[in-house]
Design a protein around this ligand. Structure first.
Ligand code: NAP
Length: 261
């Protein structure tokens, strides 16, 4: 599907996969609305994209703030016109341990990763429904398919996001709006660098991840997991009975040196 001239709003645009995806969308000829809480990062991306000839505007906002998200997306619509594509990339992570449930951090993770997407959707959906066209894309995670060790809050947030989108998908599709849930594998971004427990597997760069996400957008896939090793892991994890899942996770988790499982 051609993205030339389409209006794409990307949240979490200042960093990582969101930032790399903006470059891909610009390359495809989309007009971009950039949203993130990192105003400096947004401004540098906007400058870079404008130098390349892309029409783009940025609107700094914290996705936890429902009103701020509405105003920011409203400002982008005023500059660019109605939104054809929303890509919700803004997200945070953090560890959960049995000895430290990190409740404030858990609240923040759920607010950003779940409600942040809901608020972004709320800001674009009425118009998409009226026009009977549009595409909603959100970055969930493999961590949402089963509860990952040391990542209770993050896993729960991504499980909620995946299920939320799955619930909306059939009725939105009937009304002309596609919904794509993206399940990336491990990607080398600031989010991963700050994760207290590092995955043992190799990580791909955000540029390669962005090309995968672009493919998912162009195909209007319902669910898109990448790379192939993630797809494989996903299908295995889904079918493991609870006792076997616990055994596998405990064996892996006990190899993490600085935490008690
Ligand atoms: N990296 C991975 O391996 C991986 C795997 C699976 C899924 N994901 C998901 O992919 C998405 C993008 O992750 P990434 O790895 O590209 O991370 P990233 O480089 O940290 O980018 C996330 C961006 O979202 C922004 N953000 C965070 N909280 C926000 C808020 N409340 N309001 C507005 N913006 C906010 C961040 O700003 P700050 O820099 O100020 O925090 C950052 O610019 C996330 O939803 C993540 O959960 C990542």
């Amino acid at each position: 599907m051609s993205l030339r001239g389409q209006v794409a709003v990307v949240t979490g645009a200042a960093s990582g996969m969101g930032r790399a995806l903006c470059q891909e969308l610009a390359h495809e000829g989309a007009r971009l609305g950039l949203l993130d809480r990192n105003a400096e990062g947004l401004a540098s991306l906007q400058e870079q994209l404008r130098k390349q000839g892309t029409t783009c505007h940025c609107a700094p906002a914290d996705v936890r703030d429902r009103q701020a998200v509405r105003s920011a997306i409203g400002a982008l619509v005023a500059e660019l016109g109605p939104v054809d594509l929303l890509v919700a990339c803004a997200g945070i992570t953090g560890a959960t341990f049995a000895d430290d449930l990190a409740v404030e951090q858990t609240e923040a993770i759920l607010q950003v990763n779940v409600l942040g997407v809901v608020y972004s959707l709320e800001a674009v959906l009425p118009d998409m429904l009226a026009r009977r066209r549009g595409h909603i894309v959100a970055l969930s995670s493999l961590a949402g398919c089963r509860g990952m060790p040391f990542a209770a809050a993050y896993s729960a947030s991504k499980a909620a996001l995946t299920t939320y989108l799955e619930s909306l998908r059939p009725s939105l599709r009937r009304r002309g709006i596609a919904v794509t849930t993206v399940l990336p594998g491990f990607v080398q971004t600031p989010l991963m660098e700050n994760a207290p427990v590092q995955p043992p597997m190799a990580r791909m760069g955000p540029e390669i991840a962005a090309r995968h996400i672009l493919r998912a957008i162009q195909r209007r896939s319902r669910v898109y997991a990448f790379p192939w090793s993630t797809r494989l892991l996903l299908s295995v994890l889904r079918w493991l009975p609870p006792w076997l899942y616990d055994w596998c996770m405990a064996r892996g988790a006990m190899r993490v040196p600085h935490v008690t499982y």
